[in-house]
Write a protein that binds this ligand. Sequence first.
Ligand SMILES: Cc1cc2nc3c(=O)[nH]c(=O)nc-3n(C[C@H](O)[C@H](O)[C@H](O)COP(=O)(O)O)c2cc1C
Length: 287
Amino acid sequence: MNVNEIREKSRSVIGPYCKSCPVCNGKACSNKIPGPVGAVSQHYSDLYNDNMFNEIYVRACAKSGIAAFTGDGLNEEIMIHATHAIKENKGIGVPTIKPWDKDTCFKKLDLANESNAFAIAMDIDAAGLPFLQGRIPPAGRKSVEELKEIIDYAHVPFIVKGIMSVEGAQKAVDAGAKAIVVSNHGGRVLDGTPATACVLEEIADQFKGQVKIIVDGGIRSGLDVFKALALGADAVIIARPFVNMIYGGKDEGVEAYVQQLGQELENTMMMTGVSSLREVSKKNIYK
Ligand SMILES: Cc1cc2nc3c(=O)[nH]c(=O)nc-3n(C[C@H](O)[C@H](O)[C@H](O)COP(=O)(O)O)c2cc1C
């Protein structure tokens, strides 16, 4: 099956909120699906629970030559299963921890360290998510010193996800992050938040080479990947389209989408006369 057929198939098993649109752009599902779309059975359909979903997701990404970022939530089983899946796949995956209190972070980091994951992330912007407010364990903002203590506890490079400003990037670097993710958590967390494409260039201009720069939010094609690299990213995360691929085609869906992205990226490089990803620069995009 190709990507279109897999997306078509996902439409029959997903819903009612997600419409498996030809391009996942947040329009048809506005106000129905949050940006951070963990709890797949609630947001997509009960074909999978988070543990079943993560098992396929981590395995299929590792097989396709990319790494899955797994999520975290109030249900501690999610992180336990996700880190187990990463361990099963030789550490190819990035457990992403919510900004809990220090003791909970250390417990989650024990799981992540034990999984042999090649990197660990924290979605620091989840500090403001309504569903985490006033809950046990508590989650919330971190000072640079608090974040540094958490980062020092990890055995592998630490990625701070949810950076939208130069000031935020500086704090992540000061705390010891080896990479940042320029992300607005899918654009559904705070109205009026700019698109990541609007802030990426300024952040990259300041921090390129000091810290790896990853970006997410609405990246859907190889052409989009090219644009992100041209604006200064070292890598991208693509999230929601993979849900459709897994619902419609499990491992085959992930493989087909990754192949398509690679082909589109190659075509874009050919059309712009770029022969290596290192060469991609601002000069290649029309602003
Ligand atoms: C199934 C699923 C679960 C997610 N869970 C998390 C999470 O736990 N933590 C997080 O930082 N982001 C989470 N996200 C958000 C994505 O990492 C990403 O920031 C956001 O969806 C924007 O990318 P996109 O437009 O390509 O979907 C999740 C996304 C998906 C699809």
